[in-house]
Design a protein around this ligand. Structure first.
Ligand code: BMA
Length: 326
């Protein structure tokens, strides 16, 4: 690590904060948790748990301070149900949680995995015990999805990462009812070439709403002869027109450096699906899967991330949906 680059996220000294050894029932690994703060301030992580078949389900862990003292449910919280939802045949992965005040529900958007490939599924819950399942809202191949917490104009907005002939870019789609989606638009593209986010990008935690715009922490993947590198970057989008990118940083801001991020089932992966904002309105707790094997915590500051974007970011170019490019 070169100390001349600013450190925007600070790893917690007790990382990893959750591992398979903490689980009350037999599991292989735990990683990529969604996160939210409940009405009483408790932090809830919806952890992706992988069993020894290789299939994943979700299990909730709760903590008063979001750091330690995790109370882990004794049984799985959300389980794949291929009888009712065939798209979950091989498991459910990578949940992102958004509280939606209009519905008085949390939206859990997750990857469902079956023969057709990974697709995007949605469920609503008030208490993380009972869930209303909407099934696949985006067909394969698609993942890395989240719902915005309120409508944009009249429409709900879903951010997701379909894979198509032009590559793996971040898109936004709109819906009047959470079931029928359209008005698909590209939000942010993989940069191609030799960039750190050249080969694939995807939303990581849900967007953070700030007075200056929607703040996005996204992952970028670079293929190397040794495998894939998963790192994180920042971008800012217009509040009223979220497909409009106001600023995108050039450098990555977080990546695999420690032994628990570099060694595991899939090494060199830092993959957050959840972020919470502490009571001061600025401090972020970013929860991430490390090497697809454990859960770690890094803290940051919204103000500092925005300052960094203003200092080093620039508006992003979009070419994938530019009808003038032949
Ligand atoms: C991505 C997702 C994540 C995983 C990462 C690294 O495509 O499937 O669940 O953490 O790959 O394996």
């Amino acid at each position: 690590m070169n100390l001349h680059y600013p450190i925007l996220f600070h790893r917690h000294q007790d990382n990893p904060i959750l591992t398979a050894n903490d689980w009350p029932y037999p599991i292989h690994t735990v990683f990529n948790p969604g996160a939210t703060r409940l009405a009483d301030g408790t932090t809830l992580l919806l952890c992706r748990v992988e069993d020894r078949r290789g299939h994943s389900h979700f299990c909730a862990a709760r903590s008063a301070n979001g750091i330690d003292g995790w109370q882990i449910e004794n049984t799985p919280t959300m389980v794949p149900d291929p009888q009712r939802r065939p798209e979950e045949l091989w498991g459910i992965e990578d949940p992102r949680i958004t509280y939606v005040p209009e519905l008085e529900r949390y939206a859990v958007v997750y990857t469902s995995f079956a023969r057709g490939g990974p697709g995007v599924s949605l469920a609503l819950t008030a208490d993380f015990r009972d869930f209303e399942y909407f099934g696949n809202v985006m067909q394969p191949e698609d993942k890395d999805a989240t719902l915005l917490p309120h409508r944009i104009g009249q429409s709900w907005a879903l951010i997701h990462r379909p894979v198509g002939p032009t590559g793996a870019h971040i898109w936004i789609s709109y819906s009047p009812d959470l079931r029928h989606w359209g008005s698909h638009k590209v939000m942010l593209e993989a940069r191609l070439g030799a960039w750190w986010d050249a080969n694939k990008i995807g939303l990581s935690p849900p967007l953070i709403e700030t007075s200056e715009g929607w703040l996005m922490i996204y992952h970028g993947v670079r293929h190397t002869p040794a495998g894939c590198l998963y790192r994180l970057g920042l971008a800012l989008f217009d509040l009223k027109t979220p497909e409009k990118c106001l600023l995108r940083g050039e450098n990555w801001v977080f990546g695999p450096e420690t032994p628990y991020e570099r060694n595991g089932d899939v090494g060199y992966v830092t993959f957050p699906c959840g972020v919470t904002v502490e009571d001061d309105g600025d401090t972020l707790h970013m929860y991430y899967g490390a090497a697809d094997s454990c859960i770690a915590l890094a803290t940051g500051s919204i103000r500092t991330l925005l300052e960094w974007l203003h200092a080093s970011g620039r508006p992003a170019r979009r070419t994938v949906d530019d009808r003038r490019c032949q």
